[in-house]
Design a protein around this ligand. Structure first.
Ligand code: C2O
Ligand code: CU
Length: 465
């Protein structure tokens, strides 16, 4: 970034690791080497260390890559269970999507797998495993990948990445309950310790008049903050990493796996403070602070609109789109579930015997080498689809589709601006329409990103033929 960025480092103790791990000796070919394993980290206010699962020595980890440039990432599995890496939101080849048994064999403990792709779209994306995710994500096994686009150079004076996560830990740093049947069947389990970049409401310095970009990502498995700013007016300029027509920030919901890029101009008065809030409860929770200090930046920058170059994504043909429905259900009426569960080996870590949720009345409570259900629908590559999602449950669900970026085109309940996304939040009893063009052939997962919902039935896939 600009000089400004270098002058104003994050004041918090654990500033983001901005780039890759150094290449490991002997592994000369990959651009990045990520070794998943248990590493102790220090969480704020905890008396002892927390045994996190991480991909690197620093948490959170952010990789920066360039749009359309090939990148290779070697994954080494130092965990005691098999794993893989799903590149959430990146429209990359099916074989690189990182879903065990669907797109690749699971990577066994001690084994390696090299991912290689050229990310087609700029923005902020997410990566994580795709099995036993309630354990893995609760232990912090997640990372961020920022795809840079030369079109965005010089648009902002400063940017900060804000990774939101609750830790399910006790005061001594050891883990608390990660899931229960009761919470899995409701809104999910919440952690006690709410962090941003692994800290409690970290503070950053910004100069008066600075054009500031906040790249926010929610890597939590359950929490849905409502983002708002105090002390400055903000615009939402990208959703799930994709540029949108800017709209004013006002209690924007950021479900698990969702991203929002916020833009604002820092006020002129030195000593002003801007805060990023979660306004879900009547008393806002401060997620991050921005302290205005130093020499003001020139007036000239303040008149340019706060916006990104338009997204360049396949545009669905709404007039000729094929229409499909996706019903989110609680409880299960599918007699096949009992049969299906019998197919699972007792010790398969990706599966569960608990079933609380369904898609189109069918549940898929986890993955296994055997027992894959039928697809939710069969699509054609290049054909446009409109999927009407109906949430018939009393809970909220951030629904994610792999391998595609869809357009959210309307809701029965809310005034949602048209925007691109790969994960969209459904309110109870809401009907919401998304549209997209069928992508690369393959089986692409569709699931709720409240991980306890995903792992107790709210999961399926579209087959693109
Ligand atoms: Cu972020 Cu299927 O996942
Ligand atoms: Cu859900």
């Amino acid at each position: 970034m600009s000089q400004t960025r270098r002058q104003f480092l994050a004041t918090g103790a654990a500033a983001i690791a901005a780039t890759a791990l150094p290449r490991a000796a002997g592994a000369a070919t990959a651009d990045f080497v990520l070794e998943a394993k248990e590493r102790p980290i220090r969480l704020p206010g905890c008396g002892g260390p927390t045994l996190a699962w991480t991909y690197a020595e620093t948490w959170p980890l952010a990789l920066r890559v360039k749009r359309r440039q090939p990148v290779t990432i070697e994954f080494r599995n130092g965990l005691k269970e098999h794993s893989s890496i799903h590149w959430h939101g990146l429209r990359i080849p099916h074989a690189m999507d990182g879903v065990p048994w669907i797109t690749q064999d699971p990577v066994k403990p001690g084994d390696r797998f090299t991912y290689s792709f050229a990310p087609p779209d700029p923005g902020l994306f997410f990566f994580h495993p795709h099995c036993d995710d309630i354990t893995a994500l609760s232990h912090g096994l997640a990372g961020v990948i920022i795809v840079e686009d030369p079109r965005e150079e010089g648009l902002f004076d400063q940017e900060e990445l804000l990774v939101l996560m609750d830790w399910r830990v006790k005061d001594d740093g050891s883990y608390d309950t990660i899931t229960t049947d009761k919470t899995a069947a409701r809104a999910g389990t919440f952690g006690r310790l709410r962090t941003t970049n692994g800290q409690l409401a970290p503070a950053y310095q910004v100069r008066p008049g600075a054009r500031l970009r906040l790249r926010c990502i929610n890597v939590d498995a359950s929490r849905i903050p409502l983002l708002d700013l105090a002390g400055a007016a903000g615009q939402v300029i990208a959703t799930d990493g994709n540029a949108c027509a800017p709209f004013p920030l006002a209690a924007w919901p950021l479900g698990p796996a969702m991203r929002a890029d916020l833009a604002l101009i820092a006020p002129d008065e030195a000593e002003a403070v801007i805060e990023l809030h979660d306004v879900w409860q009547s008393t806002p929770v401060v997620l991050a602070r921005f302290e205005v200090a130093g020499e003001p930046l020139p007036m000239a920058g303040r008149d340019r609109p706060l916006a990104l170059p338009p997204a360049e994504l396949p545009e669905p043909d709404l007039a000729n789109a094929v229409k499909l429905e996706l019903d989110l259900g609680a409880g299960v009426t599918d007699p096949a579930v009992a049969e299906f569960q019998k197919l699972f080996g007792a010790d398969e870590i990706c599966t569960t015997q608990r079933v609380f949720w369904s898609l189109n009345t069918r549940a898929w409570p986890g993955m296994a080498a055997t027992g894959k259900p039928e697809p939710l629908a069969v699509m054609k590559s290049g054909t446009s689809y409109i999927v009407e999602i109906f949430n018939g449950t009393p809970h909220r669900h951030p629904m994610h589709l792999h391998g595609h970026t869809f357009k959210v085109i309307g809701s029965s309940k809310r005034d949602v601006p048209v925007h691109w996304a790969d994960t969209v939040l459904l309110e109870p009893k809401e009907r919401l329409k998304i549209a997209f063009v069928g992508g690369e052939p393959g089986d692409w997962m569709v699931h709720c990103h409240i991980i306890e919902h995903q792992e107790t039935g709210m999961m399926g896939y579209y087959r693109v033929a």
